[in-house]
Design a protein around this ligand. Structure first.
Ligand SMILES: *Cc1c(COP(=O)(O)O)cnc(C)c1O
Length: 381
């Protein structure tokens, strides 16, 4: 049998495929010495605006900053309530807490793992000022319901698109929009392992609102519009020119990368179809899926045991996410009742994510799926 060196995300193989383009882009920035706010940043901003079909892209330093800046731009008051999902990466709620806003967590949908919109509706109070839907694992949340709820209640929507850049969502009326361009603001991350990843940290905000764009542009730059005149308190959050140059190269490949991820996903789907102990990802008819993660649910198997055994056999496996946010030391409050988070509680004990990237080969996929099935046979209860 072939010797495999399977990676959860194979950034090196991807780099080799675009090495000439990337190396030239980096060398160009070094030659120019415009390391901060260079021409490449503006060019990338424009190209991403065109790709997404959005009026404004505001680059910043990372996806967590993007979320924080989005909430700052909305001009919220301490104590205002922000609703988001219990089943997400901590960055989504961390910024809410940092700004002294109140975190309201809601359970997720058992099929898409995105926020449950019936429960979201019930969580709205007169103090609710924003909803942060997270397009988890590469597929859009139920934006049809979320936008309806938000419009009825005059609430802002900040889409956390860190895992779903490039996905698109089609509404009942037939209009299609890219993830992150539907709500009041969208945010994303260019962390290396994200679908559009740079070679360090990076992030961006999106909006079609001219006024919010102007405010966000000022916040990322210390709250100034005219140099050394400060209109508001801001932060220092920039996308490095070198990262922008790399992102320009990778943006040209983004759709091809999504296709490669989908090809691997289809292989996994087929291999685990009708397996009694495995639930494969459910595709929402309204959203395309860009498979940031290929996340399965195991039935009657301990996901940590499975992860341990897979790792021993050379198959990387990650648990996204192992602990619900409502039980975390940093976030739990007496108001959060464990029984309100039945789906998230169950998912944290049963989900497992398999290698997913743009360079997966068929022999690797064959080895991964065979190994998963063998181990499940061995450990199922
Ligand atoms: C990665 C991620 C973030 C944070 O992005 P960084 O660039 O690492 O700060 C936020 N939300 C979600 C859902 C993420 O996956």
């Amino acid at each position: 049998m072939a010797i495999h060196n399977i990676q959860m995300v194979d950034l090196h193989k991807q780099y080799l495929a675009i090495k000439n383009e990337v190396d030239a882009a980096i060398a160009g920035v070094i030659e120019s010495t415009q390391f901060i706010n260079g021409d490449e940043v503006k060019a990338f901003q424009k190209e991403l605006e065109d790709y997404l079909g959005v009026k404004h892209v505001i680059p910043c330093a990372n996806g967590t900053d993007a979320l924080q800046i989005a909430l700052m731009a909305l001009g919220l008051e301490p104590g205002d309530e922000i609703i988001t999902s219990d089943f997400t990466f901590a960055a989504t709620v961390e910024v809410v807490g940092l700004l002294k806003l109140k975190i309201v967590l809601v359970d997720v949908d058992p099929n898409t793992y995105c926020i449950n919109t019936d429960k979201l509706k019930k969580a709205i109070t007169p103090k609710t000022k924003a909803i942060i839907p997270v397009h988890l694992f590469g597929q859009c949340a139920n934006m049809e319901s979320i936008m309806q709820i938000a419009n009825e209640n005059q609430i802002a929507v900040v889409e956390d698109t860190a895992q779903a850049i490039g996905a698109s969502y089609t509404f009942n009326d037939g209009t299609t929009k890219k993830a992150g361009t539907i709500g009041t603001l969208g945010t994303t991350s260019f962390f290396p392992s994200k679908n559009l990843g740079c070679y360090g940290d990076g992030g961006a905000l999106f909006t079609n609102d001219d006024n919010l764009a102007e405010i966000a542009r000022s916040i990322v730059n210390h709250g100034m519009k005219v140099r050394y005149y400060y209109d508001r308190i801001g932060v220092n959050s920039r996308l490095d020119t070198i990262q922008a140059a790399i992102l320009r190269v990778k943006l040209r490949h983004l759709d091809e990368y999504a296709a490669a991820r989908n090809k691997a996903a289809v292989y996994y789907d087929e291999a685990f179809k009708n397996h009694p102990n495995i639930k494969t990802p459910v595709r929402d008819k309204k959203s395309t899926h860009v498979f940031h993660q290929y996340t399965l649910v195991g039935c009657a198997i301990d996901n940590f045991e499975l992860q341990k055994r897979l790792t021993e056999k050379g198959v990387p496996c990650m648990i996204y996410y192992p602990v619900p946010l409502h039980t975390q030391e940093a976030y739990r409050t007496p108001e959060m009742k464990d029984e309100d988070f039945e789906i998230t509680n169950g998912l944290c004990k049963s989900v497992f994510s398999l290698p997913m990237h743009t360079e997966l080969e068929e022999d690797e996929l064959a080895f991964i799926t065979k190994t998963v099935k063998e181990i499940i046979e061995d450990i199922k209860q």
